[in-house]
Design a binder for this molecule. Structure first.
Ligand code: ATP
Length: 312
């Protein structure tokens, strides 16, 4: 069996008496898109810095593509492509010059470089803008260029920090397609994101971390269903009081019930049977004007696990 792309065991980082990453153990399989999610300050960047060999753990171990990061951080940097949040492109240079500059930095052989740049600009859908200055690009175009620049030295593992932060909806979908294409070519992709819809659309598996600890790790769909099967959104008049919320919460199969502003949101497990009981209880106490049922969202799972919204 091939070893995982990344394996963290008991990874811990302390800054003085503050523990930023606290005994984190997980593995990222080769060829998957893996998302690291957590509220602000939960330890994502600190974890990535340790995986990239930029910062030393206080304790624990990290293996990347079979190599111990602590003994050979230079090797890791060569097998890792990184797309930082701020792109770090040279705005006054053309797209092509940016790629050539990076190729020199990573000692990419000159032979075949032009063809490689052409192929990457095609992947980024920027072939027509090869000779344009980056300062004339939209946010999405810059993000796509930064992505293919990180692929120049053909890394097996790509780290993408907040892939679509600050880009418009159309560009977001383009970027997602590019990332999925890289996965189809066999690249392992690690992303950090504050955007749950993105994590849902892209990731095979997600790790949710809070205060430096792993609180959940699974596929987006299994994470959603670990929280309940169905969310019932009910519009009522008047807003249900605490006593109704308590009664509904006590029903078998009810995971949670929250009342606010003329509505009651109930998460249930167990389908129509439970829904019927919830409705009977609610109509006994207040007037039910509308009911909708849907799948739980990742935001709700995240909130229930960490007590915080992901985007603050
Ligand atoms: N060099 C440092 N010295 C002291 N504390 C630090 C240092 N670097 C990070 N921290 C603290 O460690 C915690 C985790 O920070 P980190 O940047 O890893 O979080 P994050 O999950 O990446 O947050 P964000 O989503 O805001 O980028 C924070 O409380 C931060 O203040």
């Amino acid at each position: 069996m091939t070893e995982p792309a990344i394996e963290l065991t008991g990874l811990t980082k302390r800054f003085g008496s503050f523990t930023a990453v606290d005994g984190l153990s997980l593995s990222v399989e080769r060829g998957e898109i893996f998302g690291l999610l957590g509220p602000n300050g939960s330890g994502k960047t600190t974890t990535i810095d340790m995986i990239s060999g930029l910062s030393r753990p206080t304790s624990g171990s990290i293996t990347v593509l079979g190599t111990d990061v602590l003994t050979d951080p230079r090797k890791i940097r060569r097998s890792l492509g990184t797309v930082p949040q701020e792109n770090a492109l040279y705005e006054e240079l053309t797209a092509e010059a940016n790629l050539k500059f990076h190729a020199d930095l990573f000692e990419v052989p000159r032979k075949g470089l032009d063809q490689k740049i052409t192929a990457l600009l095609e992947l980024a859908q920027l072939q027509e803008r090869r000779k344009s200055r980056v300062s004339t690009f939209s946010g999405g175009m810059k993000r796509r260029l930064a992505l293919v620049r990180a692929m120049l030295h053909e890394p097996e593992l790509l780290y993408f920090d907040e892939p679509t932060l600050g880009v418009d909806v159309q560009s977001r979908h383009d970027l997602w397609d590019r990332i999925l294409e890289l996965k189809a070519r066999g690249t392992t992709v690690l992303i950090t994101s504050n955007y749950l819809e993105e994590a849902n659309a892209l990731c095979d598996r997600l790790a949710i971390i809070d205060r430096g600890r792993l609180v959940a790790l699974d596929s987006p769909s299994r994470l959603r269903h670990s929280f309940g099967d169905t969310v019932l959104e009910m519009r009522t008049h008047p807003t249900p009081g605490e006593d109704i919320v308590r009664r509904v919460t006590a029903l078998p199969g009810v995971v949670s019930a929250i009342a606010s502003d003329g509505s009651l949101k109930v998460t249930v497990e167990g389908g129509a049977d439970v829904t019927g009981k919830v409705v009977t209880e609610v109509v006994g106490w207040t007037s039910l004007q509308e009911i909708q049922s849907r799948e739980p969202s990742l935001d709700e799972v995240f909130l229930s696990l960490t007590g915080k919204e992901l985007r603050e």
